[in-house]
Design a protein around this ligand. Structure first.
Ligand code: SF4
Ligand code: SF4
Length: 278
């Protein structure tokens, strides 16, 4: 899907889709007995969040770099300010998902947010439209999907709980603070260095850990010692930290503490520069 197609879909959702709140009900069930079982796991655009990548690479027991290389594509669109990561489909006739089997999803416990949410969609302010004041849910009805003929009834809230979406939403909120940041609206395109940093810290989490632990990062920034211990082994803590770091590195927010000696050196260099230019 191109940025233009995404924009058109957003406009249709805003204008035409019935808006659901957490207490609203819908009828749906998906199980191996439905005639369309697995049909939706092919030729589908699944945008991955950083937390999706974290869960999937750990479920598969591979590094974030290997996951990104093997299972994702990065579609390029001139209108986008930050890269987006999409789940790669197999190169077969049906373009099937790498993770689908006759019995269903082989990474079910760690399947991406979008796969958990379906048939629900979420429209958030800042993401779908700056004019939207309040988020709402809506139903996405794929024409092939027979799940709507089933009798099981859910409230939106029940579905979110049943599908294990809460944890994904917690990380989704942190991520949203980055990609809907007001800076991106106002500023011209980010520099290639900043885009690389965004990708490293949000998606290539194992390499980001190396960046913190093996570069001069710790000489420059203060990190609380208990947090530093956690991010050495805990990917979720590391990802939370990466969002904090990105707010500093991309948008200049005051989310990191620069060490005093680094600040003094920077001030000294500035003064020397000023003297030379006078
Ligand atoms: S990750 Fe699982 S649920 Fe999602 S498309 Fe692939 S097989 Fe289907
Ligand atoms: S098309 Fe709908 S009912 Fe069929 S497997 Fe996919 S989600 Fe389930």
């Amino acid at each position: 899907m191109t940025q233009r197609e995404i924009q058109k879909l957003k406009e249709t959702i805003l204008k035409e889709y019935p808006r659901l709140g957490k207490g609203d009900k819908f009828r749906f069930a998906c199980h191996s007995g439905v005639s369309c079982f697995n049909d939706c796991c092919r030729d589908v655009n699944i945008f991955l969040t950083p937390y999706d990548v974290l869960r999937l690479k750990n479920a598969l027991g591979i590094t974030s770099q290997d996951f990104l290389d093997k299972y994702t594509i990065l579609p390029i669109d001139e209108n986008q300010k930050l890269p987006v990561v999409v789940l790669r489909m197999r190169d077969d006739e049906k373009k099937t998902c790498f993770f689908v089997s006759d019995k269903g999803c082989t990474v079910y416990d760690d399947r991406p947010w979008a796969c958990r949410m379906y048939p629900l969609g979420l429209a958030s302010p800042g993401e779908i439209s700056a004019q939207l004041n309040e988020e709402f849910y809506f139903i996405l009805k794929e024409s092939i999907c027979q799940g709507f003929k089933e009798d099981k009834e859910w409230t939106v809230e029940e579905w979110i709980k049943d599908q294990g979406i809460e944890k994904y939403n917690e990380f989704g909120e942190l991520y949203k603070n980055i990609y809907t940041h007001p800076y991106l609206e106002k500023a011209p395109a980010l520099t290639p260095q900043k885009i690389d940093m965004f990708f490293l810290a949000s998606y290539n989490i194992d390499k980001f850990r190396d960046f913190i632990l093996k570069s001069t990062f710790l000489d420059k920034f203060e990190i609380e010692s208990n947090l530093l211990e956690k991010i050495k082994t805990d990917d979720e803590e590391l990802l939370k930290f990466s969002f904090r770091w990105l707010r500093f590195a991309l948008f200049g927010e005051n989310t990191m503490i620069i060490k005093d000696e680094i600040k003094s050196e920077a001030i000294k260099r500035l003064e020397e520069k000023r003297k030379k230019s006078n």
